[in-house]
Design a protein around this ligand. Structure first.
Ligand code: HEM
Length: 515
C-alpha cells in the first residue's frame, strides 16, 4: 500500500514493530514465559493465553449462517462465564490486548495481532495478517469444543467453524505446542502439584510449553507425551488423544517427522483461524511491511514557524554500520530543502527475522523549524545515495491544520481539574476546510473504541497570523473523568477527511494564558 493510510499504517506498526524501538504488544510476551498477572514461574504465560483466546473467540463461527468468528465477543463476561471458556485466560488476554485498540485497530484485530506476535516471537513461523475485524456488540452463540465431548462432536464443531478433520488435528496440534491445562480451571483433569516452578499447577501439553515446535507431535508419536488431554487419568477428557489418533496418527506422524511441514501447516491454519470472521466483515489485504515509513510525525504552529518532528523507519536495515540518511522536502512555493537525519533506534520482529532502523526527523535534537508561509508539501529520503520516494509520488505531508502553541489554559492548576482553556488551531490560508474538529478516542457502552468529534467553530473573522495561517479557537472546560482527555485534530475539505499529523493534546498540558 501507499503511505499515508491511517488504518493500514496503524495496523502495520502494531503487527510488525515488535521488540526494541517503539515496542508495543510484543513487550508483554518477551520473554515468552512472561506471565504478566502472576509470576514467571506460574506455569502459565500470556503468550499461551493469547493463542487460546483467539481460537475460542473464533470457535463460535458458523459457516452455515455466517455468525460468530473472530470479533472479540469473548471479551463479554457472559461468554467468559460459560464452561466452554473455563479459566481466566480470556479476561487476561482482553485486559492486555484491548488496551491497544484505537479507531483504526479493533479489539478483535488486537486479538489477532496478539496471537501472531505470541507465535512469531516464541519460535513460530511468520503468519499472514489482515486487519479490519469488527467488534461484536453482544455475545455469540456458544460452540467452543470441550475435552469431555466425543470425537464426532469435535469433527462436527470444526466443520461448523470451517475446518476438515485433518485440519482439526493440525490446528489442535498447532495450538497445543503452547501452554497446558490448569488445575484451577480443570480440577478434574489436573491435580495440584505444589511445585514452586509451576505455582498454578499447569500440566503442559509438551516439554517446551512456551516455544513453538513440533515437540507436541514428536512426544506424542514417541509415546513420551505428558499432554494431560492424551494421558489424563480420565479417558473421557482425553480429547487430544481421540483427535490426534483419529486418522491413525497419520497427521501427527508427518508433523513428528518434519518440523518444516508442521510450521508451514500451522502458519496457514493460524492465518485461516484468525481470518474467520462473521459474514459481511471485509478484511484488508495481507499487510506487508512498508520499506520506508514516516511515523509519529508532529507539527505545531509557533508564531510564524512550523515545528516539525517525527521519525522514519527503514525496513530490513540495522544500525550496525553507518548510513547516510537525508530528508528532502518540498515546500509550497517551489523550494526544496535538505536535512541530514540522526539514528533513533532499531526494532526487530518475527523472532529476529526482520529488523528495522529508525531515524529521527529532528534538527540538532529539537523539532525542525519550517518557515510557516513556505510550509511543507512532500518528503523524500535519500539513503546512502539512493532515493526513496514511493515510486515517484514521495511522501505527501498535510500541513493545513495544526495545533498552535498559543493554546493556553486560564483556570485549573496542573493535575488539579477542572481545567478551562482554549485550543488554538492554525488553518492554512487557501485550504478552506469545510470542517475542523477535535477527535477524542472513547469507548462505547460495550467497550468498543469510537471517535467522538467536537467541531472547532469557524471564526466569523479569521484571525490572521501573517504567516500563511489563520487561527481558529475552541474554548473547553474539562472536569471529572474527562479532565485529562486527549484530543487530536481532524479536518475535512469538501467532505473528504484529511490525513493530519500531530500529537494528541490535553487542555491540562498547555501553558497558562498570558494575563
Ligand atoms: C477440540 C478442541 C480443543 C479442546 C477440547 C481444547 C481443550 C483445551 C483445554 C482443556 C485447555 C486448558 C485450558 C486451561 O487450563 O486454562 C486448553 C488450553 C489451550 N488450548 Fe486448547 N483445545 C482445543 C483446541 C485448541 C485449538 C484449535 C487451539 C489453537 C489453535 C488451542 C489452543 C490452546 C492453548 C494455546 C492452550 C493453553 C492455554 C494456557 O496455557 O493458558 N486449543 N485447550
Amino acid at each position: 500500500y501507499v503511505w499515508p493510510s491511517p488504518q493500514l499504517d496503524a495496523l502495520e506498526s502494531a503487527r510488525f514493530e515488535q521488540l526494541g524501538h517503539n515496542e508495543g504488544i510484543a513487550g508483554f510476551v518477551d520473554p515468552c514465559i512472561a506471565d504478566n498477572f502472576e509470576e514467571n514461574l506460574s506455569g502459565r504465560s500470556d503468550a499461551a493465553d493469547w493463542i487460546r483466546n483467539a481460537y475460542h473467540d473464533m470457535a463460535t463461527h458458523n459457516t452455515m449462517d455466517g455468525t460468530g468468528g473472530l470479533d472479540s465477543s469473548i471479551r463479554f463476561a457472559e461468554e467468559q462465564a460459560r464452561p466452554e471458556n473455563a479459566g481466566d485466560g480470556f479476561f487476561r488476554a482482553s485486559e492486555v490486548l484491548s488496551a491497544f485498540a484505537t479507531q483504526y485497530i479493533s479489539i478483535a484485530d488486537t486479538f489477532a495481532i496478539g496471537a501472531i506476535i505470541a507465535i512469531e516471537n516464541c519460535g513460530g513461523p511468520e503468519i499472514a495478517f489482515r486487519g479490519g475485524r469488527v467488534d461484536a456488540g453482544e455475545p455469540n452463540a456458544p460452540g467452543v469444543p470441550q475435552p469431555q465431548q466425543d470425537l464426532q462432536s469435535h469433527i462436527g464443531a470444526f466443520a461448523r467453524q470451517g475446518f476438515t478433520q485433518t485440519e482439526m488435528i493440525s490446528l489442535v496440534a498447532c495450538g497445543h505446542t503452547f501452554g497446558g491445562v490448569e488445575h484451577a480451571a480443570f480440577p478434574n483433569i489436573v491435580p495440584e502439584f505444589y511445585d514452586p516452578t509451576d505455582t498454578l499447577s499447569v500440566a503442559h501439553f509438551d516439554s517446551t510449553f512456551v516455544h513453538f515446535d513440533n515437540n507436541i507431535a514428536m512426544e506424542y508419536i514417541s509415546g513420551t507425551t505428558k499432554d494431560p488431554l492424551v494421558v489424563g487419568r480420565n479417558d473421557t477428557t482425553n480429547s487430544d488423544k481421540r483427535i490426534f489418533g483419529s486418522d491413525g496418527n497419520a497427521t501427527m506422524a508427518s508433523f513428528a517427522k518434519s518440523p518444516e511441514l508442521y510450521a508451514s501447516t500451522c502458519a496457514t491454519l493460524f492465518a485461516r483461524m484468525l481470518d474467520t470472521v462473521p459474514k459481511g466483515v471485509e478484511l484488508t489485504e495481507v499487510i506487508t511491511p512498508l520499506p520506508v515509513k514516516p511515523e509519529i510525525l508532529t507539527m505545531l504552529f509557533d508564531n510564524g514557524t512550523v515545528q516539525f518532528s517525527g521519525e522514519v523507519r527503514f525496513w530490513n536495515m540495522t544500525l550496525d554500520e553507518t548510513h547516510a540518511v537525508n530528508l528532502l522536502w518540498d515546500d509550497h512555493i517551489g523550494g526544496t530543502h535538505n536535512l541530514s537525519l540522526p539514528p533513533a533506534g532499531v526494532s526487530t520482529s518475527t523472532g529476529g527475522l526482520y529488523s528495522a532502523a529508525f531515524y529521527s526527523i529532528l534538527d540538532n535534537g529539537g523539532p525542525f523549524l519550517l518557515d510557516a508561509a513556505a510550509g511543507i508539501k512532500n518528503m523524500r529520503f535519500v539513503v546512502d545515495g539512493k532515493l526513496e520516494d514511493q515510486g515517484g509520488s514521495g511522501f505527501p505531508v498535510q500541513d493545513g491544520v495544526l495545533y498552535s502553541t498559543s493554546s493556553c489554559i486560564t483556570s485549573g492548576m496542573q493535575f488539579f481539574p477542572p481545567f478551562t482553556g482554549r485550543f488554538d488551531v492554525a488553518v492554512r490560508d487557501g485550504l478552506n476546510p469545510t470542517r475542523v474538529f477535535l477527535e477524542r478516542l472513547e469507548m462505547d457502552n460495550v467497550g468498543r473504541p469510537i471517535i467522538v468529534e467536537t467541531d472547532v467553530p469557524r471564526p466569523d473573522q479569521p484571525v490572521p497570523t501573517g504567516a500563511g495561517y489563520s487561527i481558529w479557537s475552541i474554548n473547553l472546560t474539562q472536569s471529572g473523568i474527562d479532565a485529562f482527555a486527549m484530543y487530536t485534530l481532524g479536518a475535512e475539505v469538501n467532505g473528504e477527511k484529511l490525513v493530519l499529523f500531530g500529537a494528541a493534546q490535553s487542555i491540562s498540558q498547555v501553558p497558562r494564558c498570558p494575563t
